[in-house]
Design a protein around this ligand. Structure first.
Ligand code: NDP
Length: 480
């Protein structure tokens, strides 16, 4: 099967006729081909987006909202079909795609369908000057959205929905590793009546297709989610062109556990926050810090719980841990486990590749727990982005806070405690964009989402996303 680009409402082959192989991570087989798009394809997409902009930006909010809602409805109608496609393309368990990824993609459209009707701007009266200011929030024009492979449709739509809700036209690129659901979204948008050219989806490699989007002079803003190194490169290309950029990058998130927490809830949630989606979520709590008082007990129960997780073919309903997204990624994650001992760490559970019967060439890895004794080790400082967590004990609040902040990333932190004073102190002093207390990945789409330090620049979510995708203009009127 050949995936196509979606330009001006049509599914079209890439100009140069070149394709890349698309693998099924569950069995390592090529199952489709995706366009290896060039500058020419991006150019066509930008032309289509520019042509559509005037009309789309003047479409009433009610009409835009109706179309976005319709897209959400259609995604839900096709939930099973899309979940199967996502699971096959990415290797994630079908249960996760069905319960989380696809419903969230629909929720992204539904949320911004509602949010745009409630979005407002400010007015400032200049008292004593007989002047009234108001802020016009206008769509930017053509914007670029680039997303990663870990939550393919979920993150792709997280950018596209606010961009088009705010009246922009979009040129978007999903990860070349997981193109399938983005491809399917094109047809859904047509069915929902999204006008031609409002959304254009171009497939291909990051350094060529992605680069062409970022460097295009008529694309005025870039919303990017992906690795920190890629984000830095994008910032270097976009900055001299004075583009607006929003960068959601890597994480190495602390999960800080105090003895006074609700132990059962903490253990169950920690298994999830460590290994959901094979640990390939930027928000996973990959560094677990446990108060010394309960460290041995935690170690025992955590290993026991994790050993019950079933690694298996993603299509099976009882699979907890599916396949990693690619062979290269599997090798990268495994290489971190291999350095554990050199670094003075101790593998408490897992560490090995898994052969799944009937899918022997798939990219499977055991969930892995490594005990470490120094937060400065590479295992604790570098983003592994796989089913690997480290655990380490601490004695005091100060020590836990220092360990949590002693890393270049600052995306999210999880804190387990029932002490209100500690909750407030940690909430204020953790250098992260998100702090979850006694929960994990509970997402209210109205809240600002993003990271500090090397985890990114800017915030998405709620009105923050609509602010990003609009240009504020001050209008000052003096009256007599
Ligand atoms: P990458 O940075 O490799 O890629 C992300 C996207 O950028 C892909 O579509 C990729 O295309 C594209 N890309 C790569 N190089 C360029 C370039 N030079 N110019 C323009 N686009 C380019 O990240 P991964 O796909 O490997 O995703 C994993 C990373 O994403 C992790 O670091 C993770 O933490 C982060 N992430 C962050 C989140 C957040 O909200 N903060 C959420 C989810 C993930 P291609 O795939 O074709 O190379």
């Amino acid at each position: 099967m050949k995936i196509k680009n979606y330009i001006n409402g049509e599914l079209v082959a890439p100009e140069a006729g070149k394709y890349l192989d698309n693998y099924n991570p569950a069995n390592g087989e090529v199952y489709s081909q995706i366009p290896s798009s060039t500058k020419e394809d991006v150019e066509k997409a930008v032309e289509a987006a520019e042509k559509a902009f005037l009309k789309w930006s003047n479409t009433t909010l009610e009409e835009r909202s109706k179309i976005l809602s319709k897209i959400a409805d259609l995604i839900l109608e096709k939930l099973d079909f899309l979940a199967k496609a996502e699971s096959k393309d990415n290797g994630k368990p079908i249960s996760l795609a069905t319960e989380v990824d696809i419903p969230r993609a629909a929720a992204n459209f539904q949320f911004f369908a509602n949010a745009i009707t409630q979005f407002s701007s400010e007015a400032h009266e200049s008292v004593g000057f007989n002047a009234m200011n108001f802020t016009l929030r206008q769509p930017i024009g053509v914007v670029g959205c680039i997303s990663p492979w870990n939550l393919p449709l979920y993150l792709f739509t997280w950018k596209i929905a606010p961009a088009i809700a705010a009246g922009n036209c979009v040129v978007a690129k999903p990860s070349e590793i997981t193109p399938m659901t983005a491809f399917l979204l094109g047809e859904i948008c047509n069915e929902a009546g999204l006008p031609k050219g409002v959304l254009n989806i171009i497939h291909g490699l990051g350094p060529s297709t992605g680069q062409a989007i970022v460097a295009h002079k008529n694309i005025k803003a870039i919303s990017f989610t992906g690795g920190t190194t890629t984000g830095a490169h994008i910032a270097r290309v976009a900055a001299p062109m004075f583009k607006k950029i929003s960068l959601e990058l890597g994480g190495k998130n602390p999960n800080i556990i105090f003895a006074d927490c609700n132990y059962e809830k903490m253990i169950t949630t920690t298994v999830r926050s460590s290994f959901a989606n094979q640990g390939q979520i930027c928000l996973c709590g990959s560094r677990i810090f446990v108060e010394e008082k309960i460290y041995e007990k935690f170690k025992k129960y955590f290993v026991e719980k994790v050993s019950q997780l079933k690694v298996g073919n993603p299509t099976k309903k009882d699979t907890n841990i599916g396949a990693l997204v690619s062979k290269q990624h599997l090798e990268k994650v495994k290489s971190y486990i291999d350095i554990a001992e050199e670094e003075g760490g101790k593998v408490l559970f897992g560490g090995n590749k898994v052969e799944v019967a009937g899918s022997e060439n798939g990219y499977y890895l055991q969930p892995t727990i490594i005990e470490v004794f120094d937060n400065k080790c590479r295992l604790n400082q570098e983003e592994i982005f796989g089913p690997v967590v480290t655990i380490m004990s601490f004695k005091t609040d100060e020590e836990a806070l220092t360990l949590a902040n002693d890393v270049k990333y600052g995306l999210a932190a999880t804190l387990w405690t029932n002490n209100l004073n500690r909750t407030m102190q940690f909430s204020k002093q953790l250098h992260t964009g998100i702090v979850w207390v006694n929960t994990w990945m509970l997402r209210d789409l109205r809240t600002p989402f993003g990271g500090q330090k090397d985890s990114g620049v800017g915030r998405e979510g709620g009105f923050e996303a609509l602010r990003f995708f609009t240009e504020p203009k001050n209008i000052c009127i003096q009256y007599e």
